[in-house]
Structures are given as C-alpha cells and as structure tokens.
Design a protein around this ligand. Structure first.
Ligand code: FES
Ligand code: FE
Length: 378
C-alpha cells in the first residue's frame, strides 16, 4: 500500500495549501518565530490600569525575553528586560506585585530605581569606577493604546501606527471607528486565562475564519445568525455582523446585555466586530463591552491566552451580574481552543506533513501564512 498523499499536494483551483505540519510542532521553527515575530513586533503585554500605583509591576514573557513593566514615582509606566546587569539573574520573580521603592535582585542585592537606574549594590562605594548609569536595567520600547501597554523588545521597533493602529483601522474601515468604545477608559469586569495545548498560529487561523462556526458555536450563531453561513471575517469589515432580531444583547441566552457604551453610535449598534492585530491580539467589539484577547506563546504546542471582558466603569463597580454576558464568549473560547487542540494532536501525523487545504471562505488565512513566511525570511 502506498503512503497517503498529503492533501496539499492535490491540485485544485478552489483549495489552496496551508503551512506544512512541522510549522506547528518544530521547536526550531518556533524559536525562529519567537525571534523574528514576537521579539520584533509590538506585543500587547498588560492592561495599563492593572499596574496601578508607585512600585506596582507585572512581568510578561515576550518571545524568549521576560519583560518587567513597572510604575514609577512620576506615575509613568516603564518597561525593562527583567535581567540583572550583574550576573544575569531574573530580577522580579513574581508575575505581579508591588515594591516599596526599588527593584532588587534576589541574588547579590543589586538595586534598581523604578526608572531602571542602578542605585545601590553591596560594597558599591568600594567600586567608585563603576558607572551606575551604564549598569541600569535595559529599557524596552513601550506604547500605551486602548488601555494596554504594548512593548517591543527589538532595538528598532516597527511603526506602531502602521502595524497596530493600522491593523485596527483596516478591519474597522477607519481608526476613528474604535474611538466610540473608549476602550482605554473601560474596566476589566472579568479576566479568564486559558492554557491552550496548541500552536499560536492555530489559534489565529481559527479566529480568522467562521467556516467552523456552524459546527462548534451553537450559542454564538444564535446571536449572530450570519456566522452560521461561514462567512469569512473579511466579509464583515466596516459593517460588522448583525445581531439576530430576537437577540436583545450579546449574551449566552440572547437576553439583554449591560449598559451600552455611550460613544457607540447607531451605525455600530446591535453589531459585532472582530479585529486581529498580528501576531497576538484579537479584539471583539459589541455595544456594551469589548473582549480583548492576548496570546502568549510558550512552546510549539502550547499558548497561554489571557482574555479581558471590558465594561463601563459604573457597570463593573455596580456589582451587576456579568455572568450571562461573559459566558457567551467564554464558551466560544473553550469551543475554539478545543478545536485548536484537536488540530495540534494531529499536526505531527505524516498525513499532515504537507499540510492541509483552505476552502474559499478561508482563503484569507493564506495571507496570514504568507505574512508568517515573510517574517521568518526577513
Ligand atoms: Fe543580580 Fe548578582 S545577579 S545581584
Ligand atoms: Fe470560533
């Protein structure tokens, strides 16, 4: 019996090939992606408001680096590589916390100000020739937008306006369109973390298509009936997906949502918008909330996803029940991540060595594959 032919090699005018299987399993390819994508692009690291007050910090893996974001005495947020300049120990070991005055390395106690400068070290006075400025923490580029701290660990970051703001503008028709949601001033009503046993690209690919919606998202297609037709995300650019007539809000049972965000105009009412910002952010907009996903790749077959449900501050502070609102997309996430894990399980099979195929409603995933390939070649 001859070996099965990879589907991707079968010529067909309406089916185009995917990336080959090893793209999802090979540690060498993953390491190249870490370097050429995650360490080279802008990366949404944390919600700015969660790093609240002088000395508050959060650490985040960005590619193979670990970055510490810390709030200074001047209220400014700064980001540094979380590496002691003495012998290279990680300075902040916790994911979140608050320090009183300084960041101190737990090995030999080199101590850094909240602005990253080396301020003290045991016996430093006996080393008058040591230039403290030269041994500060290494700064990382930081931009704050939509209430998130975006970092870039590359020496020369790409244009934030082109690669982040531009991606949002492209998907919404204009960048002004997102201003109505005032995302920066919303508050986190719920945060759920997912430990997904799948390659990061499977998660993006899944998010980009709706061919699967009729199969795995019964609750979502009740609220967004157009999704049951498998329209590609591109179909909705600029005009969003309309809620079902019988759906009062974007909730798990189609019941009423929470208080609508006042700046969301009539054009955007009763509609759902989905935005992908390569390589790790998905944003969903509905009239009463915003769902903001960040992906943190940890291994070829593992990705941590952190998802925030953002509401008006008065909604969060009122203690109103958010469960039915959160539950809809929490289920969608679980359904999607289960599907991604199914693909990961089979990605190393020889049946998938040459990859699979994209049907016409998924063809734009091909553009994502081209983008990934170009980054790795660059
Ligand atoms: Fe940090 Fe020595 S490695 S103080
Ligand atoms: Fe989905």
């Amino acid at each position: 019996m001859s070996a099965p032919t990879p589907a991707a090699s079968a010529p067909s005018s309406s089916l185009i090939p995917t990336l080959p299987g090893p793209s999802y399993t090979d540690p060498v390819i993953f390491s190249e992606e870490q370097e050429k994508i995650f360490e080279s692009r802008w990366f949404a690291a944390a919600r700015s408001a969660e790093i609240d007050g002088t000395g508050a910090f959060r650490t985040v893996d960005v590619g193979r680096e670990n970055v510490v974001l810390v709030r200074g005495r001047d209220r400014r947020l700064r980001a540094f590589l979380n590496v002691c300049r003495h012998r290279g120990a990680r300075v902040c070991m916790q994911e979140t916390g608050v320090v009183k005055r300084n960041l101190q390395c737990g090995y030999h106690a080199w101590t850094y100000g909240l602005d990253g400068k080396l301020v003290a070290a045991p016996n430093l006075t006996s080393m008058p020739d040591v230039d403290r400025a030269a041994y500060g923490l290494v700064p990382v580029h930081l931009r704050e937008w939509l209430g998130y701290a975006w970092v870039c660990v590359a020496d020369e970051p790409p244009s934030f306006e082109e690669t982040v703001v531009g991606a949002v503008a492209e998907r919404l028709g204009s960048v002004e369109a997102i201003e109505g949601w005032d995302v920066e001033n919303l508050e986190v009503g719920r945060r759920i973390g997912y430990d997904v046993h799948a390659n990061w690209k499977l998660i993006i690919e899944n998010f980009m298509e709706c061919y699967h919606c009729a199969t795995i998202h019964p609750e979502l297609t009740e609220v967004l009936p157009e999704f049951a037709d498998g329209y590609a995300a591109q179909y909705f650019v600029g005009h969003g997906a309309a809620f079902a007539e019988e759906a009062a809000g974007f909730t798990v049972d189609g019941g009423a949502g929470l208080t609508a965000i006042p700046g969301v105009g009539e054009d955007h009412d009763r509609k759902y918008y989905a935005i992908t910002v390569n390589p790790q952010v998905f944003i969903n907009l509905v009239p009463d909330h915003v769902i903001f996903h960040r992906m943190y790749p940890v291994a070829p077959d593992r990705t941590r996803v952190e998802c925030d449900w953002l509401y008006l501050p008065e909604v969060v502070r009122s203690g109103r029940d958010l469960d039915r609102s959160v539950e809809l997309f929490h289920r969608v996430n679980q359904q999607d991540f289960d599907a991604c894990e199914r693909c990961q399980l089979a990605a190393s099979s020889r049946a998938y060595a040459g990859g699979g195929v994209l049907v016409p409603s998924e063809h734009h995933i091909g553009a994502f594959h081209t983008w990934v390939t170009e980054q790795l070649q660059g």
